[in-house]
Design a protein around this ligand. Structure first.
Ligand code: SF4
Ligand code: SF4
Length: 435
């Protein structure tokens, strides 16, 4: 590698000796904002991370069901259909569960991502399977599955776009659904933003020196591997394909997600950056919200129209959303904040947000009639702040990335490196672009 001054073996040796200097991306960028320019000899590893809605997620699960030597005709987990293409062997049947597959019984509100979180929370899930014309129901937990692996085909997009209803296109008017909103958006009345900005692994790897097939990463808290760039990666905007064991995952970093289009799935990914050259460190240092452009397009055609700095989204924006029950005006028909919450995190009856589920998307700050949810000030229906574009102030009503959990996972990865339970992988493989 050009300009390399340390090898990954050198850094692993320092990690093993407890002598490595490991920083989170937040720590490095805070020092850079303070005017410091660190050198390659002063830092060994920097941890980056992202957490967001990530389609293209599936799981292969080995279920303790089936009739030996035959293939089930249908399999459902908590009502979500799975793909069953293999015969039962030694009492187990492998099935493929798609993260965005809708429940047959609770369409639009429960799907594959919800099943994955339930499994990781060690809840029992209902399996219904059909073979030889008979349907059988059983209850299973993750610990009864000898194989449970998550595969992602296009996750951790670098600098995802934001969207609003700019053109009020006929296609959107006739079907105002979108994975970028939890309810229809009238023209220029709300903005959905996406991407973790300066925390995103791909964004920090500007020279494409670090992210390679085979490097070890954390996926939803479990040790996994990067398989390569994802199916929609482009030279200027990469995404990743990954694999990880589901059994080591932490539920707070994952789960099902609801949009007006249907169910989605959220994941988290942390990537360690070995500081083997000044160029890698300089790329990390230069990658800052105020310098990154977040493009905004129309919900219907998704073409880029304007760009804003990421700092307009995240500067002074609390990473958690708070609920003040005293501000609730007890809406007569139903609690819209609760109904539209993509994570089902709000209990209006108990007057609480379940912060282990909440992804701080801020939808509630826009949906609550009384302004009881606070993101960036208490302004009713403008809870995440305004962005001045198209000659007007448009409120952010939906964040598809969760910086709180991204930062938390970056800290977890740092702790594992320091505690010597996570080492770096050396490889000279290069990721390929598929587009
Ligand atoms: S939308 Fe807001 S004000 Fe209305 S019931 Fe829900 S929490 Fe209360
Ligand atoms: S920010 Fe509000 S709407 Fe979004 S997940 Fe949290 S509680 Fe639900």
């Amino acid at each position: 590698m050009n300009g390399q001054t340390k090898t990954i073996a050198d850094i692993n040796a320092k990690l093993a000796a407890g002598e490595a200097v490991v920083m989170t991306a937040m720590e490095l960028k805070a020092r850079a904002r303070g005017g410091e320019r660190l050198s390659v000899s002063e830092v060994d590893v920097v941890t980056t991370a992202t957490r967001a809605v990530m389609s293209g997620t599936a799981a292969m699960l080995s279920l303790p069901i089936g009739i030996e030597g035959t293939k089930p005709e249908a399999v459902y987990i908590n009502g979500v259909p799975c793909l069953s293409q293999f015969r039962t062997q030694r009492g187990f049947t492998p099935v493929l569960l798609n993260g965005t597959e809708e429940s047959r019984d609770n369409h639009g509100r429960y799907g594959g991502g919800h099943v994955l979180r339930a499994l990781v929370e060690r809840e029992s899930v209902d399996i219904e399977w059909t073979a030889g014309g008979r349907s059988i129901c059983t209850v299973v937990t993750l610990d009864e599955m000898p194989f449970a692996r998550l595969y992602t085909s296009r996750n951790s997009y670098q600098n995802y776009m934001g969207f609003t209803n700019v053109k009020n296109a006929a296609s959107y008017r006739s079907n105002p659904t979108s994975i970028f909103a939890c309810r229809p958006i009238p023209p220029l009345k709300g903005l959905a933003v996406g991407g973790s900005g300066e925390m995103n692994p791909g964004e920090n790897d500007h020279s494409r020196l670090v992210i390679r097939p085979g490097i070890r990463v954390l996926i939803n808290g479990s040790v996994g591997l990067v398989a390569g760039y994802g199916t929609r990666a482009a030279a200027e905007q990469i995404c990743l394909a990954t694999v990880a064991d589901i059994k080591g995952m932490d539920p707070q970093y994952m789960g099902g997600f609801r949009t007006s289009y249907g169910v989605e799935v959220t994941n988290s990914l942390a990537v360690p950056f070995p500081i083997t050259s000044q160029e890698i460190l300089d790329n990390l240092t230069a990658c800052r919200d105020e310098k990154l452009t977040h493009y905004i397009g129309d919900l219907a055609d998704r073409l880029k129209l304007v760009g804003i700095p990421y700092s307009d989204i995240w500067h002074e924006a609390p990473l958690e959303v708070q609920f003040d029950p005293d501000r609730c005006i007890c809406c007569s028909y139903q609690c819209e904040a609760e109904y539209y919450c993509p994570m089902n995190a709000i209990s209006w009856k108990d007057k609480t947000i379940d912060q282990t589920l909440c992804v701080a998307c801020g939808a509630c700050t826009g949906n609550c009639q009384g302004g009881a949810f606070m993101g960036k000030g208490w302004k009713p229906r403008r809870g995440l702040g305004d962005i001045h574009i198209f000659d007007q102030d448009i409120p952010i009503i939906f964040r598809q990335s969760n910086r709180l959990r991204a930062e938390r996972l970056a800290r977890v990865l740092k702790e594992r490196l320091v505690e010597r339970s996570f080492y770096l992988v050396d490889t000279d493989s290069r990721c390929m672009l598929w587009n």
